[in-house]
Design a protein around this ligand. Structure first.
Ligand code: ZN
Length: 126
């Protein structure tokens, strides 16, 4: 399945799509033939014999749970919580700190919270 996170560690960085049945052996681009992995785990899986990780469903289920725990996935794809951003901004966190905490892009903080700088200013005046 094409997912937005690595099925092994749950990261959403450097994702690659691994063909369970290699294209060289007639594998296709169908959802069932694709495993989403980060660059590191893609490299790792090529060092492991297929018989050792053939339970793809279990792998994906575990990866999904891990990704959810990390707040990277809520149901279908990541959802950015504007209220959470505002709450963190009021606590005095900068855009970079907030983006790291929530696993979103720094620009998203400004896009979703246009008055971000004002909120930060209020914090400093308190
Ligand atoms: Zn990974």
């Amino acid at each position: 399945m094409r997912l937005r996170f690595c099925v092994i560690c749950g990261t959403n960085k450097n994702l690659q799509f691994h063909h369970i049945k290699p294209k060289s052996r007639g594998g296709d681009d169908h959802q069932h033939n694709i495993l989403t992995l980060c660059r590191d785990h893609h490299a790792m899986i090529h060092q492991v014999r297929p018989s050792d990780w053939n339970n793809v469903k279990t792998l994906q289920k575990e990866g999904m749970e891990r990704a959810m725990k990390q707040g990277k996935v809520k149901g279908r794809g990541p959802v950015i919580d504007t209220e959470k951003i505002e709450e963190l901004a009021r606590k005095g966190l900068g855009a970079t700190a907030i983006s790291r905490k929530l696993g979103i892009h720094r620009d998203s903080v400004y896009r979703l919270l246009p008055n971000f700088k004002q909120i930060r200013l209020q914090y400093h005046e308190c």
